[in-house]
Design a protein around this ligand. Structure first.
Ligand code: FAD
Length: 493
C-alpha cells in the first residue's frame, strides 16, 4: 500500500470513529482527534465545512456531504453568508438547542452551545412527526444512526437524537461545550476602559473561555426551567395529570420485536382496555404509550386514586408538589405499578421486564406532575445597553412546554428553531428590532395550534421561511407598535 493510500485509510478510520461514536464525550473526542489529524481549526467557522469536505473524500463521507450540500442550497441561507458576523450563544444542548444551532451555523453565524451536563443520558423516547423525520433524514441522520426511523417507526430516544444533532452541529462548525452552565446575562460594561465590550454570559465554571465570548444573539434552549430573564409565562391549568415514564432493557430478541407498540393517539379511544386494566390490576390510567427503541419505553397518565390504592403515593395531599415529593412516594410500589401496567399493556408478551438504568444508576422510572403546562407569552425580546443590542429568543420546552403523552416537544420545538433562525436572519439583514420582534410574535401565535394535519404537507419545500411550513400564515398580524414592551433599553429606564 502506498503512503498516500495508507494515510487516506487512516483518516477514513478516524472519520468512521466519529460517525459511529455512541456518547457525547466520545463524539467530541473523536471529532477533536479528526480535526487535529487533518490540521483543521473547528473554530474557524467560515471555512471549516468546506475544508473538512475537501479533506474527507471517502464514499461514506461524500454521501453525507451530498445530503448537507443539498440542505445548504436553500436560498434563505444565501450560500452561508446571510449571517456572517452574527455571534450566537445557545443555552442548552437538548434537541431544540442543537437543532437551532445547526440552522444558525448554516446561515454563516458563529454559534456556541453551552450544556451543563456532560452526557446524553435520557432514555425517554420522543414521538416524531413526519416532517421531523424528513428533516432529520435531510441532515444525514441515517448516516449516523442506521436504525433511524426504519420502516413505520416514528420515534427516537432523546439521547440518540441529541447525538445525531451534535455530530451534524460539529460538522457545520458549531462550538459545543459540556459542563458549562449558564448563570445570567452580563450587560456591556459602562467604564471607559472596557468600552466596546458587548454582551457576555456569566457561567459556571467562571473561568471557562466561553465567559469571554461576546454575542449579539442568545437563545434559551434550557428546557422547561428557562433561566433567561424577561419572559412572562402563561400557565395552562388542566385537571390533575400525573405522568409516569418507565424504561426497560431491550435485548433486541425476536420475541421482543414481535410485541406491538402502542401509539398514544389511537389508544385514548380504547376504553375497554382501560376498564380491563383497572379490573385486573387496580391500575387506573388515562392513556399509555409504548415505544420500542433503545429501551422499551412507556409513558402513561395515572389517576391519583389508583396511585393511592396501590400504595405508590402515601398520603393524599391537595398540593401536587407535596403529593409527588420523594417522601410521599413509595419507590418500590412505583416500580411495581409501572411494570404491571407495562406488562398488561403489552399483553404480557415482553419476555422480561428488567428496568434500564438512568444516569444515576437507578431504575429509570419517573413520576411527573404535568397539571400545569407553561408557555412563554413572547418568543423573543431585544435588550439594549450602551448601544449594544442583544436579540434574546426562546426555543423548545423553554418557549412552549409539550404535552408529554402526545410527544409534541420535538415537533413544535423544531418549528420554533426554524422560526428563530428566520428571525435571526432578518435581524442580521438589518431590519429594525421592532419589525423583527413583531414578525416573530405573529409567527409564534401559530405554534401552539400546530398539528400533523394543519402544517404544510410538502416537506421537501420546508425551509426556515415560515411561509413554506405554515399554510395560513399572516406574518404581520402583530404590528411593531404592539411589541414596544419587548424592546428593553436600560438607558431609558
Ligand atoms: P431539553 O431536552 O430539556 O434540553 C435542555 C438542555 O439544556 C438539557 O440538556 C439541560 O441539561 C440543558 N440545560 C439546562 N439548564 C442549563 C443551563 N443553565 N446551562 C446550560 N445548559 C442547561 N418529552 C416527551 O415527549 N416524552 C417524554 O417521555 C419526555 N421525557 C422527558 C424527561 C426528562 C427528564 C426531560 C428533561 C424532558 C422530557 N421530555 C419528554 C421533554 C422532551 O425531552 C423535550 O420536549 C425535548 O427534548 C426538546 O426539549 P429541549 O431541547 O427544548 O429541552
Amino acid at each position: 500500500m502506498g503512503e498516500m493510500e495508507e494515510d487516506r485509510d487512516n483518516v477514513g478510520k478516524l472519520f468512521e470513529d466519529f460517525v459511529q461514536s455512541s456518547t457525547c464525550k466520545g463524539a467530541l473526542q473523536a471529532f477533536s482527534v479528526l480535526c487535529r489529524r487533518l490540521d483543521l481549526d473547528p473554530t474557524d467557522n467560515e471555512i471549516f465545512y468546506s475544508s473538512l469536505k475537501a479533506k474527507l473524500t471517502s464514499w461514506k463521507a461524500q454521501a453525507l456531504w451530498s445530503k448537507l450540500d443539498k440542505r445548504m442550497l436553500h436560498k434563505e441561507y444565501k450560500k452561508g453568508q446571510v449571517c456572517v458576523g452574527t455571534k450566537c450563544l445557545i443555552i442548552g444542548g437538548g434537541p431544540c438547542g442543537l437543532r437551532t444551532a445547526i440552522e444558525l451555523a448554516l446561515m454563516g453565524a458563529k454559534v456556541v452551545v453551552i450544556e451543563k451536563r456532560d452526557s446524553f443520558a435520557r432514555n425517554n423516547v420522543l414521538h416524531l412527526w413526519p416532517y421531523t423525520i424528513h428533516d432529520l433524514r435531510g441532515l444525514g441522520a441515517k448516516k449516523f444512526y442506521g436504525k433511524f426511523c426504519a420502516g413505520a417507526i416514528d420515534h427516537i430516544s432523546i439521547q440518540k437524537l441529541q447525538l445525531v444533532l451534535l455530530k451534524v452541529a460539529l460538522i457545520v462548525a458549531v462550538e459545543f461545550h459540556i459542563n458549562v452552565e449558564f448563570v445570567k446575562l452580563l450587560e456591556p460594561p459602562e467604564d471607559q476602559e472596557n468600552e466596546g465590550i458587548g454582551w457576555r454570559a456569566a457561567i459556571r465554571p467562571a473561568d471557562h473561555p466561553v465567559a469571554n465570548f461576546e454575542f449579539d444573539v442568545v437563545v434559551g434552549a434550557d428546557g422547561r426551567i428557562n433561566t433567561l430573564e424577561g419572559f412572562k409565562r402563561k400557565e395552562f391549568r388542566g385537571k390533575l395529570a400525573i405522568a409516569i415514564t418507565a424504561n426497560f432493557i431491550n435485548r433486541n430478541t425476536t420475541a421482543e420485536a414481535r410485541v406491538e407498540e402502542i401509539s398514544g393517539v389511537a389508544f385514548i379511544f380504547n376504553q375497554k382496555f382501560f376498564l380491563d386494566l383497572k379490573e385486573e390490576t387496580g391500575i387506573d390510567l388515562e392513556n399509555i404509550v409504548y415505544y420500542r427503541d433503545n429501551t422499551h419505553y412507556f409513558v402513561m397518565t395515572a389517576k391519583k386514586q389508583s396511585l393511592l390504592d396501590k400504595g405508590v403515593v402515601i398520603h393524599d395531599y391537595i398540593d401536587t408538589q407535596m403529593l409527588l415529593s420523594s417522601e410521599n412516594v413509595n419507590q418500590e410500589a412505583l416500580l411495581c405499578y409501572a411494570r404491571e401496567a407495562a406488562d398488561f399493556g403489552t399483553n404480557y408478551q415482553l419476555p422480561t421486564l428488567d428496568f434500564a438504568m438512568n444516569h444515576c444508576g437507578q431504575p429509570d422510572v419517573a413520576m411527573f406532575d404535568f397539571t400545569n403546562m407553561y408557555a412563554s407569552e413572547n418568543a423573543a425580546l431585544v435588550r439594549e445597553r450602551f448601544g449594544h443590542q442583544l436579540l434574546v429568543a426562546l426555543v423548545g420546552d423553554s418557549l412552549l412546554e409539550p404535552f408529554w403523552p402526545m410527544g409534541t416537544g420535538c415537533a413544535r420545538g423544531f418549528l420554533a428553531a426554524f422560526d428563530t433562525a428566520w428571525m435571526v436572519k432578518s435581524w442580521a439583514q438589518g431590519r429594525t428590532a421592532l419589525e423583527v420582534l413583531a414578525e416573530r410574535e405573529s409567527i409564534y401565535r401559530l405554534l401552539p395550534q400546530t398539528t400533523t394535519e394543519n402544517i404544510g404537507k410538502n416537506f421537501e419545500q420546508y425551509t426556515i421561511d415560515p411561509g413554506t411550513r405554515y399554510p395560513n400564515l399572516n406574518s404581520a398580524c402583530v404590528r411593531p407598535h404592539q411589541v414596544r414592551h419587548l424592546y428593553i433599553s436600560t438607558e431609558l429606564s
